[in-house]
Ligand binder design. Structure first.
Ligand code: ZN
Length: 111
């Protein structure tokens, strides 16, 4: 017997499993490439990722994978997060301006 909670949990687990490798790939790209090749939005994200990774450092080698997992686990709030941030008076998260940004061109090349 499958309850609706089983379905919700399954959707969440699939979404997390789908998102985690993509988050990891994106973060490893933006943190290892030359920041000059990134747009402003991605450079901001690079800075915050590196700062958070530094904060998570005391967890040792599992720190960054945990951070990626946490980010991936929140995939379902992503569509609402601009509204949340606005409600609490924070600036919207930087987004990629595409164009010549390396994070954008690399992703296109990989697709
Ligand atoms: Zn970008």
């Amino acid at each position: 017997m499958i309850s609706e909670w089983d379905v919700i949990w399954l959707v969440w687990a699939v979404g997390t499993a789908y998102r985690a490798p993509r988050t990891l790939k994106r973060w490893s790209l933006i943190t290892t490439c030359d920041p000059l090749e990134l747009c402003d939005g991605c450079r901001d994200e690079r800075k915050s990722v590196m700062r958070e990774a530094h904060d998570w450092d005391h967890f040792g080698p599992v720190g960054v994978p945990l951070l990626v997992l946490l980010e991936a686990m929140g995939w379902y709030i992503r569509p609402f997060s601009p509204a949340f941030r606005k409600a609490v008076g924070k600036d919207p998260l930087p987004t990629c301006s595409k164009g010549a940004c390396l994070a954008h061109t690399r992703r296109k090349a990989a697709a």
